[in-house]
Structures are given as structure tokens and as C-alpha cells.
Design a protein around this ligand. Sequence first.
Ligand code: GLC
Length: 548
Amino acid sequence: MGSVLKPLVVERIDKDENVLGDEESRIGVLVDNCESVNRENLDGGQEVEIISPKREESEVEKEAWKLLNDAVVTYCGSPVGTVAANDPGDKMPLNYDQVFIRDFVPSALAFLLRGEGEIVKNFLLHTLQLQSWEKTVDCYSPGQGLMPASFKVRAVPLDDNKFEEVLDPDFGESAIGRVAPVDSGLWWIILLRAYGKLTGDYALQERVDVQTGIKLILKLCLTDGFDMFPSLLVTDGSCMIDRRMGIHGHPLEIQCSCEALFYSALRCSREMIVVNDGSKNLVKAINNRLSALSFHIREYYWVDMNKINEIYRYKTEEYSTEATNKFNIYPEQIPSWLMDWIPEEGGYMIGNLQPAHMDFRFFTLGNLWSVVSSLGTPKHNEAILNLIEAKWDDLVGNMPLKICYPALEREDWRIITGSDPKNTPWSYHNGGSWPTLLWQFTLACIKMDRVELAQKAIALAEKRLQVDHWPEYYDTRTGKFIGKQSRLYQTWTVAGFLTSKILLENTQRASLLFWDEDYELLEFCVCGLKKSGRKRCSRGAAKSQILV
Ligand code: GLC
């Protein structure tokens, strides 16, 4: 296993891409030790208002703030992130002592909502510099826009008994299973936008090196390949679920923790990219993709009772562009649990779609982000929350929220997870309950005017998290037990709880973090069929049914 990490080799950047017109801007902002840090850039954050809570904080909240502050990692004397877990009893922290990009998001929001922008700005700029490192895994170099899954601050000994601090990123070359963190770059973009919205410091996103960072991430996501769909093709385990769980292909977790995140990141980029001659093609590509992606997901990922009934009566082997059953789904594939489970009210986005295969599992993160980003229509979004309410015992139970439903059992578990003992049925990624999903649920509830649901979930969490020492996840069908191999004092559990509380008290500010339906995007279709008049544009035909 060869793993070479070094800072950016500028010549590697592909010059013929419009996207990367301003690569020179990167030179000079690289940091590989404290001396070269451009302090002005890092610490010169705009003054922000410190928001104090409107009421006395509960003991649980006080402990949570203390734990969050204790989890802060500094680099050259400045805060740059939070460790994934800070469990004093843990003798084998593996990589939980690192700053994970995705895990830091709720910490960042808690800090931002409290009025502390510096740590988030530092995090964004330092991870940006890591992005430009050249990385190789067994002599193969993944794309330059890749953001690491995590990083660590290491003390490297110098000659005269002194130490120098360096940031050491993991792009997947050390991660268990060597999985690529596809979601890191998407989260980075989402956080960059949130930072601007919550601090009013838009200068950061306008910086040339930051603009280049956004473009590099988008370049990776928008590159042409063999793909037939606008959804992002990803490998298994390249998101929050970072182990084999049968979510390769086009999972809602990219679209599911991943197309919904992809969609959100595209919406953020559209707002942040400075439009000029060098970027106008990229902006066009973003608009096209957003519009095609929302159509694709709304049309093919959405299920409710009616849709399942439609699939149940599907004809198969239809050869033509006019086919109803475009993916050749055999009705026998509808799992028996779903026939009983699907409520009359509500619906959801399925986990994945591939030729002849629909993964009907409910993935919480993808569905919540469909609501938050308006990847779903207003009706879909309402229906997703209706389903969570109707299926409360299954999806919330004793601890919000189940990462996916249902669990893979028996042969499915053996074949799909590769007999992973951590992912046994109703544990960890395979149907475990993850308190960090709470803040995203809260955001979705605020958006859809269903705060009573969020309050109910937060109350459950508040009752148990402190007593149980802030576990990473819970096990069993109803989330009754602390997870088998769960870390304690898991930072995104702590931060997710705090962020949920603050969001609920500041719904006005929460609204800066979600998106409404964008009607302009819906009007947009680039297929050109309308003009030629030879065939009907399938999107045009279907639009009437999916718009509202
Ligand atoms: C686990 C989770 C991943 C998280 C990491 C650190 O690997 O699957 O989503 O980022 O732990 O908490």
C-alpha cells in the first residue's frame, strides 16, 4: 500500500478546462507549517454577533457545550475543527481522534449559530488547502478536487528538540475499506454557503482560491463518463455510510446522503460562483444538471401507495423510448415488508435505482435532504414528514433517527455487507439509530412547519443522550440499546443535539439553511426535443404531474 501525500503540484491542474482558469491563485496560500499560514486570511473574520440563548440552558445543554468546546482541535494556535469522538475510556480510537469533514458540519453550525465564525473559516480554508494535495493510493491518483474524509494535526520533530505541526489528511487511503469520501466536497460546499449566510461574511466565498476549490469539486462531480443518468455514480460506502451496504450506483444518500447532498451542493454553488467569462459554462452546466436531477429523482425515486401499486402492475421487457417501465423493474422485486409498511398517507424517495433494481429501503439522510434542498416537490416534502410521523415507532422509536429502514437480514446481510459483524441487523449502518440525524430532521421540520415533530424527537434525545454519555449510535429495531461498538462522547451527537435546540429557537436563522422550490429550474429543459418536434420531451409530458 503506497500512500504519498504532498502539497499541490500546480502543473497537474488541467489547463484546458474553463473551470480552472484561475489556478495560479492557489500558489502562495498553501500551508504545510505554521510559519507559512497567512494569518490575515485565516483570522480576519468579520465581527459577528454572539447570540445568547433566550432562556437559561438546561444542564444537558451546558454539558453539551462543554464537550463541544473540549473537542476543538487547534493548529498553530488557532481552532480548525473538532475531533470525531472524545471518549476518555477508549483505548483504540482508530481514526476517531481526527477531524472528519462530514462530522464537523453540525459542530460548525452550532458555533456559527452561537456567533463564532473563526473556527469555521479556519476549517474551510485549511481543508481547501488539503484538497490541492497530490494523493496516490497504490500509485493511482484520485481526482484533484477530492476533499479528504478527515485530517489530523501531527507534531513532526525538528532538529533541535522542537516540533512543527502539520495537517495530515486521509483521502480514503487509510480509511477502513479504502472508501473514497464522495460526500466531503459536497459538505464543504454546503458549509461554505452556510458560513456566508450565518455570518454575512461573503468575502470568503468570493476569494479566488475558494472559487477554484468549488470548481474543482464540481469538476469531479460533473465530469462526463459512461453514465446515462444525471444522478451521481458512486461506489459503496463513499458517504456517511462508509461501509459496504449495497448502496453503490446512484444512492439517494449522495443523492441519499449523496443525490440530495449533490443537489444541495449544486444549489449552493449556483449561488456562490462568481459569474464571469471563465465560469459561465460551468454555471450553465450546474443549471442543466440541477434541472435534470430534480426531474429524474422526482420521477423515478418517489414512491407512495399509488406508485407501488403502479409498479406492482408493471409490464416488463418493453423495448422503446416510450416504455413506462423504463428500468425494466420486475414487480416481484417489491419486497413483502413494503406492501405492509407503506402508509396510506405519505411517501418517500427510495434508496437507489439501477437497471432492473430498485432499492426500496428508506434512507433518512437522503430523504431529509430532499426536503431541506427542495429536491422533492412541496407535496413530496410534506409526504416525507407524514411518513416519518406515521412510521414513528420504526424510524424514531426510542432514539432519533434510524439511519435506514429496514435492516438487511440473514442471506442479504451475508452477501450485501460481506458478513460485516459491525453491520449486523439493526446495528450501526444497518438499521442503527444515529442521533446526529436529529439536526437535519429539525431543519426539515422547521421548513415544513412541523416543529412539533422536531420537539418530540429532541425531547427523546435530551432524556437519554447525557445519561448514556452521548453515543455515536443506538441498536435494535427501536433504538433501545447503546450501539454494540458505539463510541461514547461522539462529537456529532453532541453538536447535532445543540444545533437542533438552537435551530428550533431561531427558526428565522434556520430558514437561511434551506431552499424553497426554484420554479426557474423546473422550466428548464435542454433536450431540444421540443424544438425538433419529432418526439415528445418526456420531461415536458411528465411535468404536469410532478410540479406540485
Ligand atoms: C463512522 C461513520 C462516518 C463518520 C465516522 C466518524 O465511520 O460511518 O459517517 O464520519 O464514523 O464519526
